[in-house]
Design a protein around this ligand. Structure first.
Ligand SMILES: Cc1cc2nc3c(=O)[nH]c(=O)nc-3n(C[C@H](O)[C@H](O)[C@H](O)COP(=O)(O)OP(=O)(O)OC[C@H]3O[C@@H](n4cnc5c(N)ncnc54)[C@H](O)[C@@H]3O)c2cc1C
Length: 389
């Protein structure tokens, strides 16, 4: 294996984003956003002005050209200040830019991608349902065609739809042929979140509190057939767009959040341990604390290698299903270990809202579940590597 320094444009991007976090997302502001369970639109607009939403959009559609490595670094850097700006970044550049670039029709690319590159469109994922989690091909939200095939009509319920109130579109994964074979009976439909027939109910949760998540009910919601992701010819082909390259990108995106959050935990504990004194010296001078911190940094370093190797494979257009699952699995589980160890180092203050730690740990605890649980990643790795069962 060959190692090299990061490309200069990525190092520059990191410097810019570190300054951005310091100026726009200091801890006192993050505490306000946390209390209100909201993300700051004005700060996101300033982020979009840096051009980073264009990192997942081809140049011909107004982007900077797809650079998944750099876009991964953006998530990592933003997450070092929590989820408040990184959440909407992902819902624009990854949910929108990733899916539309890969699977959108020419018309969808031409109309949506330039706005995504400018940070003007946000997307919510409508995948999970009350009775459907990991087994997404079993969704029961039903779609049928009407008006001689010109209109899609949707009925059913989605659960945990993050940002369903402020997203411009819900990427709604539906069963479009109840008599069809599993995996060949699914479609992805772009549904404007204010379409008539949509109602919402807020869910409460401890993690990812940059936004509310919702139960979203679809009652005879009608959208033009042109809103099928990829256009009308992709009717019943939705599994291909969900489980293709976008899934690899999704795993890397969640792993990048995870890594950024874990890094925030280590940095906070590292700084605290050198400032907090007990028994006549900084607690970082007590060997047990010292070792814990070094162990956390070592784990982080392993996560970094796995994350960026997976992102690099995607940029190279190489098969990456195994490596992206391994990265999602390893960083998810390791992130929890890092978070809990770092929280202990802060003692009582690890539970206090005066520090990021308590929220960071809540976010880390959810990471092995969201975006495909650790067990799902293990199943994928075992299947891809041909392990007999
Ligand atoms: C705050 C938050 C925000 C979210 N945002 C969104 C969103 O925006 N859009 C969206 O669509 N979803 C969203 N989700 C849902 C999330 O993606 C799901 O929770 C996740 O896919 C897992 O589904 P589940 O919780 O129903 O677990 P289940 O699939 O019911 O699994 C429960 C447990 O059983 C295990 N398990 C299940 N099947 C197997 C198997 N075959 N082999 C081994 N183990 C198995 C799982 O690993 C897990 O540990 C969000 C969730 C949260 C908490």
């Amino acid at each position: 294996m060959y190692f090299a320094d990061e490309p200069e444009h990525v190092s520059q991007l990191r410097d810019t984003l570190r300054r951005f976090n310091e100026k726009e997302a200091p801890r006192e502001k993050r505490r306000e956003w946390q209390a209100a369970q909201m993300w700051p639109r004005d700060v996101f607009a300033k982020l979009a002005d840096l051009g980073v939403c264009g990192l997942t959009v081809p140049e011909e559609f107004g982007g900077l050209g797809q650079d998944w490595y750099a876009a991964t670094a953006v998530i990592e850097e933003l997450c070092r200040a929590g989820m408040f700006v990184s959440g909407p970044y992902i819902q624009c550049a990854f949910y929108g830019g990733g899916n539309i670039s890969e699977s959108g029709s020419q018309e969808q690319k031409e109309t949506l991608l330039p706005k995504i590159a400018a940070g003007e469109l946000l997307f919510a994922y409508g995948l999970s349902e009350p009775d459907t989690g990991g087994d997404l091909a079993s969704v029961t939200t039903r779609a049928h065609l009407d008006d001689g095939g010109d209109t899609v009509v949707i009925n059913g319920a989605k659960r945990w739809c993050t940002g369903a109130d402020w997203a411009d579109y819900i990427l709604c994964f539906v069963n479009s042929d109840p008599d069809g074979d599993k995996y060949k009976n699914l479609s992805m439909v772009l549904v404007p979140s204010d379409a008539p027939g949509i109602t919402r109910q807020t869910l409460t949760h401890q993690n990812l509190i940059y936004s509310h998540s919702f139960d979203v009910y679809f009652d005879d919601v009608r959208v033009p057939v042109a809103n099928v992701l990829g256009g009308p010819e992709q009717w019943n082909q939705g599994w291909r767009s969900l489980a293709g390259r976008s899934l690899d990108v999704e795993k890397v995106e969640v792993a990048a959040m995870n890594f950024g959050l874990a890094q925030n935990a280590v940095e906070e504990a590292w700084a605290y341990a050198q400032q907090r004194r007990q028994f006549g010296k900084p607690i970082s001078g007590h060997q047990a604390v010292r070792h814990e911190l070094v162990q956390a940094r070592t784990r982080l370093e392993a996560c970094r290698h796995m994350l960026y190797h997976a992102a690099w494979l995607i940029d190279q257009g190489r098969p990456a299903s195994v490596e992206t699952s391994m990265a999602k699995l390893f960083i998810g589980e390791t992130g929890v270990e890092i978070g809990i160890a770092c929280q202990r180092i802060l003692g009582a203050y690890g539970m206090s809202e005066e520090f990021d730690m308590a929220q960071t740990v809540q976010d880390l605890l959810g990471m092995p579940i969201v975006g495909g649980s650790s067990n799902m990643q293990k199943n994928n790795i075992a299947n891809r590597l041909g392990l007999a069962q």
